[in-house]
Design a protein around this ligand. Structure first.
Ligand code: HEM
Length: 462
């Protein structure tokens, strides 16, 4: 018995020693890359990230602080599991660097519940991703979006009606919540032909489910010890339930649409119909590949709703701080007394587009992306070993005075059509082949909703 115990202890000791040697090997591999001192031998900079999060601070401000003060840019400082960020052109523009498994493979599940699976954002394999992107592309073309202007306008009108009702009764409007509801209404209507009317139905579990999933993603990705603490169990269960709600709703809507198509019913020509039709034509995608369809269903909600809603909320916040921007005549000049805004009207809203671009510079609502580097490369004379993941942080880039003068000032003139274009330092929709598929979709809903809001504010200011 004693002999067995000694053997067991010896085995534990040797395993521990091997583990420490492995960690030391990892340190030696990366230590020549400049960065702040490590918090812990085993966990690297994880403690700093946990500290920032538990104090409700923005973790990206910590990265920014290091990039500014410690001059570690372009290879910036944090190495939780060997992460670095750098200037993006060479990596993001090339299809030979896949999305980093450390982030995207992990998001297949969320705390054990299938989440984004192998959908568009998370697909690792280039061919698998490309096949999906080809299928989805037409559903996001400007031709298609033009045809949906009625639905976009209708949703914006509903927001205005709601705001007018609240103004009549002197009720304060939580614009963040309003935008959450209306962007979700837009996506469900334009993409899936479903009317939710969340501005009226305030007890719908949908908006909360998305928020819960996104909160879950942050903890799940940034802190791999999160699941180990019993105090987090309740939160994790809630996240899993939210995830299930999104997927079960997706299953129901997809099946209903499939049935309608099979029965020859007159279905709306929306994104869901096109996805189903095109998927049917593809030889390699089985018609009943429901799980992948659900992955993309969840992906569109997660990628498209909160990013747009938050941006609108930030834009309104900045416009409220800078009332002189509101006096710009553009909205009146282009729209005048028109009841409905057309696709072509949106193209004329140059200044409003500048406002939106500047909002995303200061508040990028999807603040980065990451890529896996399979080969050894050299950046600014520093050799980077193969097998690491790079994080490209658009929050940090947008706030560095190296790229933008007086970076904390909100100034839409930076994006004036005659101003110099930012060179690979402004990428709120990412860059290259994996850039945002919903960019035009987002542009239509953002411009239209903000435009309606401005008309409303201008009306009340006059
Ligand atoms: C202001 C609004 C938006 C912002 C700032 C934004 C930003 C981004 C960013 C940064 C990425 C790259 C993500 C990564 O590499 O991890 C991305 C990808 C994506 N976005 Fe958006 N997005 C917005 C709105 C939308 C909307 C409205 C939709 C759809 C309805 C959408 C659908 C997608 C999809 C499907 C991808 C994955 C593209 C691919 O890998 O092929 N996004 N978005």
């Amino acid at each position: 018995m004693t002999y067995l115990l000694i053997c067991l202890l010896g085995l534990i000791f040797i395993t521990f020693l091997c583990f420490c040697l492995y960690i030391k090997y990892i340190h030696l591999k990366y230590d020549h890359i400049p960065g702040p001192p490590r918090d812990s031998f085993v966990f690297g900079h994880l403690t700093t990230i946990q500290r920032e999060m538990s104090n409700d601070r923005i973790v990206h401000d910590k990265f920014l602080e290091c990039a500014v003060k410690k001059k570690h840019y372009p290879i910036s400082p944090f190495k939780p599991n060997g992460h670095f960020s750098l200037s993006p052109q060479e990596v993001l523009m090339s299809p030979k660097y896949p999305k980093a498994p450390l982030v995207y493979k992990r998001l297949f599940n969320l705390f054990g519940q299938r989440f984004l699976g192998s959908g568009l954002v998370t697909a690792q394999n280039h061919d698998e991703w490309y096949k999906q992107r080809r299928i989805m592309d037409p559903a996001f073309s400007s031709l298609y979006l033009r045809g949906q202007m009625g639905a976009f306008n209708e949703r914006a009108e509903k927001l205005m009606d709601k705001l007018a009702d609240m103004a009549d009764t002197n009720t304060a409007a939580n614009m963040q919540h309003m935008f959450d509801c209306v962007t979700l209404d837009v996506i469900t209507k334009v993409a899936f032909g479903v009317e939710l009317d969340l501005l009226k139905e305030s007890d719908s579990p949908f908006p909360n489910a998305i928020v819960m999933c996104l909160k879950g993603v942050i903890h799940y990705l940034r802190d791999f010890t999160f699941q180990l603490y019993p105090k987090n169990k309740k939160f994790i269960n809630e996240v899993k339930k939210s995830c299930q709600l999104l997927r079960s709703t997706g299953r129901q809507w997809i099946n209903e649409r499939k049935m309608a198509v099979q029965n020859g019913e007159d279905v709306p020509k929306d994104i869901l119909t096109q996805i189903l039709k095109t998927a049917g034509k593809e030889e390699n995608i089985a018609n009943d590949d429901e799980e992948l369809m659900l992955d993309n269903f969840v992906t569109f909600f997660i990628a498209g709703q909160e990013s747009t809603a938050n941006q609108l909320a930030f834009a309104v916040m900045e416009l409220g701080r800078l009332p002189d921007i509101l006096t710009k005549q553009e909205v009146d000049d282009v729209i005048g007394m028109k009841q409905e805004i057309s696709f072509d009207d949106l193209g004329k809203m140059t200044y409003l587009s500048q406002v939106l671009k500047e909002t995303l510079r200061l508040y990028p609502t999807a603040p980065g992306t990451s890529r896996f580097i399979p080969n050894n490369i050299v950046i600014n004379g520093i050799p980077i070993p193969a097998g690491v993941s790079f994080v490209f942080n658009s929050y940090v880039c947008g706030r560095l005075d190296k790229f933008f003068e007086d970076p904390l000032k909100f100034d839409p003139e930076r994006f004036h059509p005659d101003a110099a274009k930012p060179y690979y330092c402004y990428y709120p929709f990412s860059l290259g082949p994996r850039s945002c598929l919903g960019q035009s979709f987002a542009q239509v809903s953002r411009l239209l909703l903000l435009d309606f809001c401005l008309q409303y504010i201008l009306f009340f200011n006059s």
